[in-house]
Design a binder for this molecule. Structure first.
Ligand code: GLU
Length: 423
């Protein structure tokens, strides 16, 4: 058998990776086999065909999904991705992670995720609106403020949430802002939702540094992915914690300057030109190279499967803060743990987004909006508490932080399943 065949044989899809993680946590916790079997499968999966009349008059058929993974703790919650590489397995994996994320943040939600296989970068605004509305037409019966509440994710925006909320409200014959979060502020969105994922990540990096006794002022940071989460994180890490952002990247490649970059100027440059590449006074690095730079903190904020068994050995950062979902494979996790790299797992590190989504939903259903400062303080309190709770299991079980987060999430979900008499 050749080397390539061995690699192919061992390649598991993202959802199989999640199932392995659940199996590992179950064995450490000696989880009751019945609960274990429920937790390793999605509760409900919806697949829809989405016809769209394109601007040039053709009819194209798109495929969309919504996976509602587990609703023991409350209505399911999770974003919708528009991405050409979307598959049912990535959506399943992400829906499972939403379940754990909401549980460790102690939000009254289960987990879900949606996706449409499409390339929004090649679509007009009219086409995106039509596709978004059609998606809601096909699944609205399974949505609702007390059933399943979507939100933005990769390549979906507040404007897309506004169209979806409008479509749902029309179909239901009511004004229903609580069905979706991440909306524009004037349509029931929450102050502080735009930078919430990054801000939550910055709070847990601050807590991790406190535990590791690591100096953050002047700490060198590389950010892979300069979208919503990555760019806000770079700006906030610089502004609020005094860290030095030395490298950032987007889908076209990255830039590196060991003296430090101005994250706001880079963001403005990207808005103007469409990419960070060619920003003055920095050298080009690829999306692979940026992961291996000599930095203190590495922030994967792009897509899944970036740090793998192949490159984990070359990661030099002391802390990896996963703002993306699923950027580290289980094989890489093991190698990083052995090397002493402190990996803050995705469903803790990027939980700020769904936490402020929860605040948005609370404001929507109570009809009362909060000042931005209140959002920030409550987000900080929740992120800090979740970090402390995960850290305490990390010490108790002597596992890595991801396993500790799994153990906390599974404990919380299985406890309510038991209380509700499901098992
Ligand atoms: N898509 C974000 C996530 O993966 C936010 C989900 C939400 O706000 O419901 O956490």
């Amino acid at each position: 058998m050749t080397q390539t065949e061995v690699v192919l044989e061992e390649k598991v899809n993202l959802f199989q990776q999640v199932q392995r993680q659940i199996d590992q946590a179950a064995s450490i916790m000696q989880l009751e086999p019945g609960i274990h079997s429920i937790l390793r499968e999605p509760m409900r999966e919806i697949r829809v065909s989405l016809p769209l009349k394109t601007d040039d008059g053709r009819l194209r058929l798109f495929e969309g999904f919504r996976v509602q993974y587990n609703d023991a703790r409350g209505p399911t919650k999770g974003g919708i991705r528009f991405h050409p590489d979307e598959t049912i397995d990535t959506v399943r994996a992400l829906a499972a992670w939403m379940t754990w994320k909401c549980a460790i943040m102690d939000l009254p939600y289960g987990g879900a995720k949606g996706g449409i296989i499409c390339n929004p970068k090649e679509m007009s605004s009219r086409e995106l609106e039509a596709l978004s509305r059609t998606y809601i037409d096909k699944i609205y019966d399974f949505l609702g403020p007390e059933k399943d509440i979507p939100a933005p994710d990769v390549y979906t925006t507040p404007q897309i949430m506004a169209w979806m909320m409008d479509e749902y409200s029309k179909l239901r014959g009511c004004y229903c802002p609580g069905v979706i979060t991440g909306k524009p502020i004037s349509l029931g969105g929450s102050l502080g939702r735009d930078d919430a994922t990054a801000r939550g990540g910055v709070y847990v990096v601050r807590e991790a540094a406190r535990w590791l006794k690591m100096e953050l002022s002047g700490a060198r940071v590389a950010v892979q992915g300069y979208g919503n989460a990555g760019s806000f994180a770079a700006v906030l890490l610089g502004k609020e914690l005094g860290a030095k952002i030395v490298a950032v990247s987007d889908s076209r490649g990255g830039i590196y300057n060991p003296q430090g970059l101005d994250p706001t100027a880079v963001l403005q440059y990207k808005k103007k030109t469409g990419s960070v590449v060619d920003f003055g006074g920095a050298e080009f690095v690829s999306n692979k190279e940026i992961l291996e730079l000599d930095v203190d903190i590495l922030i994967p904020a792009a897509l899944e499967d970036q740090i793998t068994g192949e490159n984990a050995d070359r990661i030099k950062a002391r802390v990896v803060a996963e703002l993306a979902n699923g950027p580290t494979t289980p094989e890489a996790d093991k190698l990083l743990h052995e090397k002493g790299v402190f990996v803050i797992p995705d469903f803790l590190c990027n939980a700020g987004g769904v936490t402020v989504s929860y605040f948005e939903w609370v404001q929507n259903i109570s009809g009362y909006s909060w000042p931005g400062e209140t959002v920030k303080q409550r987000l900080d309190a929740r992120m800090t508490t979740a970090f402390e709770q995960v850290l305490s299991l990390f010490k108790e079980y002597e596992v890595d932080l991801r396993m500790a987060a799994y153990i906390l999430a599974i404990k919380r979900v299985s406890e309510v399943m038991q209380l509700r008499g499901w098992i």
